[in-house]
Write a protein that binds this ligand. Structure first.
Ligand SMILES: [Zn+2]
Length: 391
């Protein structure tokens, strides 16, 4: 049987198989059929010579906001423009609106979308009226129940801690842990100013995720040194970047790297406020920022493919190019030059390389990056105030 699509001559980087070499990738019926040198192109209707380019599994973004029923969300189709073929929603919905999110977005979108379900019943709503100012909104039993009914798409519980949990952050954390325990799924905790980071690190279980690990605002986890609790929590807790528009500091990340404290997963926290100027966050951009800090290309790909696939419990299906896996692939260039990269404190650092998507394959279909239209909701004066406060 001929391949439906053959990507020929690219440099394949697939950390799930410790692979970094020139090879062809043959795709059939939406799956990876074969990977190796000089595959047979006979009868294949679509052969792409990608000599000189890199190729890796389609990227997995562990933290974004893909539900447009609140002020944060954006259409997850847009991330295909960046080579992201699987997008994970970080608690945009709670038990009340998750079923609608599933029906209207997850079940229809070309991008595969999974979600952490927020412990607050409606998930996120507005930066100026946040989701857990009232602890009655935190609903462990209902949250666990909705995850139980939607196992194919609901993969964890989400909680944001900081100003949005008022002065009852740890009580909210206990409720989120109870929901995650009952549903037997990981908990993702967002930390921002005001979050009780030491206590959070003590309470998180192996497999849980702490996001915004390099946010760099007051009482940040890594000030002068990586605090002992953070290093301790490495016993199984995943540290996620969650760049966003307020959560990535060059200085904090630099200090962390100096202490050999590296993130486990790279993610965008893409939402209405981070998708556009001045940050225009994308996953290849976040990966390029890590290259700038000294991370290797293999490591940046590992942390956007195989590791998030494992967190999702789908490691042989996505984030890998093993035969039989879903044929999600990114073809890209690593460009050399002098590129400015801005953090969320608007500090600029220049890097010498950047990752530029050239071709995205989703379930065996090839698409050009940039070919997916982007529709973003209008901004209002109140949004701009919030954005200035975050920046
Ligand atoms: Zn977020």
């Amino acid at each position: 049987m001929p391949f439906d699509l053959l990507l020929a001559g690219g440099r394949v980087v697939d950390p799930s198989q410790a692979l970094h070499r020139v090879a062809d990738v043959g795709i059939q019926n939406g799956r990876i059929a074969e990977l190796g040198p000089n595959l047979d192109a006979t009868g294949c209707p679509d052969v792409r010579d990608i000599t000189g380019k890199h190729l890796c599994p389609g990227l997995i973004d562990l933290h974004g906001h893909w539900y447009e029923g609140n002020l944060y969300g954006v259409d997850p189709t847009m991330c295909l423009n960046h080579g992201v073929t699987t997008a994970v929603d970080a608690g945009s919905t709670g038990y009340a609106n998750f079923p609608e999110f599933r029906r209207t977005v997850m079940d229809r979108c070309l991008t595969d979308v999974y979600a952490f379900v927020h412990i607050s019943f409606m998930g996120l709503h507005a930066p100026y009226a946040e989701e857990l100012m009232d602890l009655r909104y935190a609903r462990p039993q209902e949250t666990a129940a909705v995850i139980g009914r939607h196992r194919e798409r609901a993969i964890g519980v989400k909680l944001r801690m900081g100003a949005m949990t008022g002065n009852h952050g740890l009580a909210a954390l206990d409720k989120a842990l109870a929901a995650a325990g009952e549903a037997a799924v990981p908990l993702m905790v967002h930390i921002s100013s005001g979050a009780e980071e030491r206590e959070i690190l003590h309470r998180l279980r192996p497999g849980d995720i702490l996001t915004h690990c390099f946010h760099g605002r007051s009482n940040g986890m890594i000030n002068e040194t990586a605090i002992p609790e953070a290093l301790d929590a490495r016993r199984g807790v995943f540290f996620d970047v969650g760049h966003g528009c307020g959560s990535f500091s060059w200085d904090t990340a630099q200090r962390a790297f100096e202490h050999h404290f590296y993130p486990d997963t790279l993610s965008t926290d893409l939402h209405r406020y981070s998708a556009t100027e001045p940050l225009c966050v994308s996953l290849p951009q976040v990966m390029s920022k890590m290259l700038c800090l000294g991370m290797t290309l293999e490591d940046a790909i590992l942390k956007t493919t195989a590791v998030p696939a494992r967190i999702l419990g789908r490691e042989r299906q996505i984030g890998t190019l093993v035969p039989g896996a879903q044929a999600d692939v990114l073809v890209f260039d690593v460009e050399s030059g002098d590129f400015p990269f801005t953090d969320t404190h608007l500090k600029v650092r220049n890097g010498s390389s950047r990752i530029v998507p050239r071709l995205v394959v989703k379930r065996g279909q090839a698409h050009l990056p940039g070919s997916f239209p982007i529709h973003l909701r209008d901004l209002y004066e109140s949004d701009l105030e919030v954005f200035r406060a975050i920046g």
